[in-house]
Design a protein around this ligand. Structure first.
Ligand code: WT7
Length: 651
């Protein structure tokens, strides 16, 4: 990819200001102490951190147990995650501190203190309890990022119920598949929410999903978030305000095992079916909390704005669990980034004195394109640290972010991690590292990564790329895939005989030990920081009655990082009347099947696809074509060479 090539040539380094270094949570000497401890006694390292950072009901004795790839952390200890995020703060003078500052698209600001959030969670927990839900039952959350969706997450955690947040941009069909995969009993949603000035009718989408058949669902709880009228099925649907107890009720937090599951979060893989990544309680919370402290340098007076939606892992770990476990203040905004104007983000930062800001390279590139005048209208002097996540950041965007947003005064943390890792794995320690734009730098204390070849040996030549693996288990690692043990082993462990966790990313390690992420090694693409499986999109396309075959590949895109090109072969008896029109229809179709984020940027039609004699589609060639590259490598196994000429003419 072009970005990667130019990234690797980057040599400029940036170091934190002395002022930043002096106040940093982690200083050079702290890092040295941590590393010495980890290197001599890794179990003791994690044991001490888990003891000091988390509040336990029953102390643990064991640290990391189990046989690879089924690890357990602090298994004989018990705790409650919501008590760690709420109860332990309301017992202190943090009780009147703002936990959540919610900025709506219309710029209505709602401040919720720890005490108020505690009450909201208790009152909603009492409502959930009335429905007879039991420990480890599943609840789906199909809501935007508002205080109430966070309330549901924490209420589930309080009762030991496993939540699964489904991004509210997913279609009814995607929602139905996720509900059925984990046999959820309850879905919680809103009537509607606003995005870019438009009403998005979430409850209608839920109705459609349930109409398609979700036998496990008993109830749909609806939070009234607007004045829109919705359909209401009396026996099934319940208004939030009808079950949440408003009378200062207290619901005792359930005593949960450290290893009980906290949530399932679906993500794309290299097959057509999304995987329900499962995370457990104590280990997950520990790495979330530590990275908020170490990487985001969170302090008591910070206002932390992570722009991620709670539908993604970033929202789970850096909007909800990590910052709240630390007793920090988070800002949430559930509107469009450029509404009503391209400087909305910068306006929010100034008006609310945001000090730590975390977003995705695709957002930075989008806002960068709108010009430097927009951020220059704002002071942005409350900011002291910036972060990025989701895809490699190109040096141009990094420098723009550094100059125009950070005013050359804020360290930037480029954080590499995954839904599966639960928390940041590779990221700079902002008060310590000098960084080069484009590298996520080094693994955090306690995390061991390597770049290996296909045999699992360390890649010797630093300029050569290889597979990025994690060599040792860590507390917030995924515990598996919901209901699919084999897929867990096959996807993440089997290739190297359960020795390493396979990230699916390719990377390069330079002479200084910095990691440069190059891309994915599987059929997963990264569009605007969202992970999508090419097979998933292909199966959506071929489910259209006029389509015979489809192959989906990605190509580099200026704003989105990667974009999707779908090659489509139509059925014999279907005559195309207007390619553009049908391409638009197919895009809508993908939106209905998966959601807007999966819509192909380009669709091209042909009478066949390049295939081997055994009928396997040669995606490599399609990738060359989509990227405007010369056809590389061997084409001798190609059965229908003439198809290449037809495809080359598509542009
Ligand atoms: C994939 C994980 C982790 C939250 C957001 C996405 C890519 C993530 C970086 C980064 C280069 C990155 C990787 C990874 N990725 N962060 N800082 N630099 N690439 O979570 O949907 O689970 O996707 O995103 O390819 O495997 P996700």
């Amino acid at each position: 990819m072009k970005n990667i090539e130019s990234n690797l040539k980057e040599k400029r380094t940036f170091k934190p200001s002395e002022k930043f270094v002096r106040q940093a949570n982690l200083k050079n000497e702290d890092l040295a102490t941590l590393l010495t401890k980890y290197n001599s006694e890794p179990d003791l390292f994690w044991k001490e951190l888990a003891n000091t950072e988390l509040t336990w009901i029953k102390k643990f004795n064991t640290v990391c147990t189990g046989t690879s790839p089924f690890f357990k952390w602090f298994e004989d200890g018990t705790l409650n995650v919501s008590a760690n995020c709420l109860d332990r703060h309301v017992e202190t003078d943090k009780k009147n501190k703002i936990a959540i500052k919610h900025v709506s698209e219309e710029n209505t600001i709602t401040n919720i203190t720890y005490n108020q959030l505690f009450s909201k969670v208790n009152s909603f927990s009492s409502g959930l309890k009335k429905l007879g839900l039991k420990k480890q039952d599943r609840v789906i959350i199909y809501m935007p990022t508002i205080p109430e969706s966070i309330t549901v997450m924490l209420s589930c955690a309080r009762l030991g119920i496993i939540h699964s947040v489904v991004f509210a941009g997913f279609s009814s069909e995607s929602l139905k598949d996720r509900i059925n995969d984990c046999s959820a009993k309850v879905v919680v949603t809103v009537d509607s929410f606003k995005r870019g000035g438009k009403s998005i009718r979430a409850k209608d989408t839920v109705d459609k999903a349930l109409d398609m058949g979700c036998p496990s669902i008993d109830h749909c709880i609806v939070y009234k978030n607007s004045s829109e009228k919705i359909n209401f099925t009396k026996s099934r649907d319940i208004w939030w305000h009808d079950i949440a107890d408003e009378n200062g009720v207290i619901v005792a937090p359930e005593e949960m095992s450290a290893e009980d599951l906290l949530f399932i979060l679906y993500t794309s893989g290299s097959t057509g079916k999304p995987k329900g990544i499962i995370h457990s309680s104590a280990g997950y919370l520990l790495n979330c909390l530590l990275t908020n402290k170490w990487v985001f340098d969170l302090k008591n007076d910070d206002i932390f704005w992570c722009t991620a939606d709670i539908g993604w892992i970033t929202g789970h770990s850096y909007v909800v669990y990590g910052p709240l476990a630390l007793g920090a203040t988070v800002l949430i905004y559930d509107g469009a980034p450029t509404y009503p104007g391209g400087d909305r983000f910068w306006k929010i930062i100034d008006e609310n004195k945001v000090s730590v800001f975390y977003t995705a390279p695709t957002a930075i590139r989008t806002l960068m394109k709108l010009g430097d005048e927009l951020p220059s209208k704002h002071k942005l002097d409350s900011l002291r640290l910036l972060g990025t996540v989701g895809e490699p950041i190109n040096p141009e965007a990094w420098i723009w972010y550094h100059k125009n947003i950070g005013k050359e005064n804020c360290p930037i943390v480029d954080t590499w991690w995954q839904t599966e890792t639960g928390a940041n794995m590779i990221a700079p320690l902002p008060g310590i590292y000098q960084v080069i734009p484009g590298t996520c730098t080094k693994p955090l204390p306690g995390i061991e990564v390597e770049v290996v070849d296909s045999e699992g040996n360390k890649v010797q030549n630093a300029s050569q790329g290889g597979n990025l693996v994690i060599k040792k288990p860590w507390p917030s690692m995924l515990r598996g895939i919901w209901g699919d043990k084999d897929r867990y082993i096959n996807t993440y462990w089997k290739k190297y005989d359960n020795k390493f966790y396979i990230t699916g990313d390719t990377a390069r390690k330079d002479e200084d030990g910095n990691i440069w992420i190059m891309g994915r090694s599987d059929d997963v693409v990264n569009v605007s920081g969202h992970r999508l499986g090419t097979m998933e999109i292909e199966s959506a396309i071929v489910s259209h009655e006029f389509v015979a075959e489809s192959a989906v590949v990605s190509y580099p895109h200026e704003i989105k990082g990667e974009a999707i090109h779908a090659f489509v072969v139509l059925r014999d008896n279907f005559k195309l009347h207007g390619e553009k029109q049908f391409a638009d229809e197919l895009r809508e179709w993908v939106k209905i099947k998966i959601g807007s984020i999966a819509k192909p940027e380009r669709i091209s039609f042909s009478t066949n696809l390049p295939k081997t004699r055994s009928g396997k589609i040669m995606r490599r060639l399609l990738r060359n074509i989509a990227r405007g590259e010369k056809i590389s490598g061997d084409t001798s196994t190609l059965e229908n060479e003439n198809i290449l000429n037809q495809l080359k003419d598509i542009f």
